[in-house]
Design a protein around this ligand. Structure first.
Ligand SMILES: CC(C)(COP(=O)(O)OP(=O)(O)OC[C@H]1O[C@@H](n2cnc3c(N)ncnc32)[C@H](O)[C@@H]1OP(=O)(O)O)[C@@H](O)C(=O)NCCC(=O)NCCS
Length: 140
């Protein structure tokens, strides 16, 4: 393995990133939507093994108080090797914000707990499709 983290979107195949999301799994994403979300996010991380795109993550930040982390994702064969933790540290450093918030995929809380995250007691979300989010375990 020759793992490299980069924030440069220039050589990204958004189709390849959609395959990473599909296989991880982290849902079905349209390549064009991924391109928009990642290029508009001020903080990005793409993970390469030599010339193969194997993972990613992104964050929105105000650069002084808060950053929100989204879409940390790795191909299954690269999971549980410490790479997800490296993505988080890359995003945290690049966000330049002391406070990070996120919502975990149900079942993945332990990954974030190990990185110092704690459950928020008053977190709330207004989703466009609350029934689906409730079904998936994101809201009560
Ligand atoms: C979740 C994910 C990003 C974690 O990245 P990773 O590289 O596999 O995690 P790391 O190897 O850095 O794990 C660090 C620690 O977090 C914990 N952890 C990681 N994945 C876990 C899991 N699935 N279940 C329980 N604990 C987990 C472990 O304590 C692990 O340490 P250990 O392997 O020494 O026991 C990755 O597994 C992934 O892409 N999953 C599919 C997509 C997804 O669900 N993304 C998260 C969106 S919220």
């Amino acid at each position: 393995m020759n793992i490299r983290l980069s924030d440069d979107p220039t050589d990204i195949s958004w189709e390849a990133l959609a395959v990473v999301f599909h296989r991880a799994p982290l849902g079905e994403r349209k390549p064009e939507k991924l391109r928009e979300a990642f290029t508009r996010s001020p903080v990005r991380c793409f993970v390469w093994d030599d010339d193969r795109l194997i993972g990613a993550g992104r964050a929105l930040t105000d650069g002084v108080t808060f950053a929100a982390v989204f879409d940390i994702v790795l191909l299954p064969e690269y999971q549980r090797k410490g790479i997800g933790s490296r993505i988080m540290e890359h995003l945290a450093a690049a966000s330049k914000a002391p406070n990070l918030i996120l919502h975990a995929v149900p079942g993945k809380e332990a990954f974030y707990r190990k990185l110092g995250f704690r459950k928020m007691t008053t977190a709330m979300a207004r989703f466009s499709n609350p029934e689906k989010q409730q079904e998936q375990g994101y809201i009560e």
